[in-house]
Design a protein around this ligand. Structure first.
Ligand SMILES: [Fe+2]
Length: 225
């Protein structure tokens, strides 16, 4: 199983606070069956310096983590980012460096209140650059229908949060969302070992109960390595 949205890289965003917390998060993830884990810290590009600064900080954090994880049983790690979508996103030089591992998938976080037409233009520009967009936690946006309608026909995969499969109202929502004809994955979006931990194993159990075919498709939708 892949987990393509996590905040296990320490000391870079609101995710893992320490190397030890990161190690525990990733060990738990491995126990739940994750074998490839993308480290996707939040990334907002305010200006020209922001992207190179983020990449350097991420690389340092990654090297420290790799060193710390020696002899611990964790998934294979790949670098990525949860990129905040703004109007100029596709114009920034080096934007492809934020894709997950060496894949053509880039994880985008959308603004909450917005018109989604400009986002479709942004996604289209990224598509033209050869990138397929993963929309992070679609289930978190009350405007999910408008988002899907605006992005219809573009190269997009929708990510659903594992936590939504674990509550009554969350399941009610995802049941509606997955009726739409689109590509989906389920990710943990884990931030720590307590309030926002990895719950993928239980989420997939529930997803399978909702629709076994859907759950299997989510597992095989994206290959990163
Ligand atoms: Fe996230």
């Amino acid at each position: 199983m892949n987990d393509l949205h996590t905040h296990a890289l320490p000391d870079i965003d609101d995710g893992a606070k320490t190397l030890e917390m990161a190690a525990q998060m990733l060990e738990e993830s491995y126990r739940q069956g994750v074998r490839v884990c993308a480290l996707t810290p939040h990334c907002t590009i305010h200006n020209e310096q922001a992207l190179p600064r983020f990449l350097a900080k991420r690389q340092t954090a990654y090297e420290n983590l790799k060193e710390y994880l020696k002899n611990r049983q964790v998934p294979k790690l790949v670098l990525g980012a949860e990129v905040y979508t703004d109007h100029d996103l596709s114009q920034h030089e080096g934007i492809s460096d934020l894709s997950i591992g060496r894949s053509s998938y880039i994880l985008l976080e959308l603004p909450f209140a917005s018109k989604y037409e400009w986002i479709a233009e942004c996604v289209y520009s990224l598509n033209l650059m050869g990138l397929t967009v993963i929309i992070a936690h679609l289930d978190r946006y009350s405007a999910w229908k408008s988002i899907m309608e605006a992005l219809a026909g573009l190269k997009v995969v929708y990510e659903l949060s594992s936590s939504s499969f674990l509550t009554f109202f969350g399941r009610r929502l995802v049941k509606k969302i997955i009726q739409r004809n689109a590509k989906f994955i389920i990710s943990s979006d884990m931030h720590n070992t307590t309030t926002r931990k990895c719950q993928l194993k239980d989420a997939f159990k529930k997803a399978r109960k909702i629709n076994p075919e859907f759950a299997d498709k989510c597992l095989s939708e994206i290959t990163i390595i």
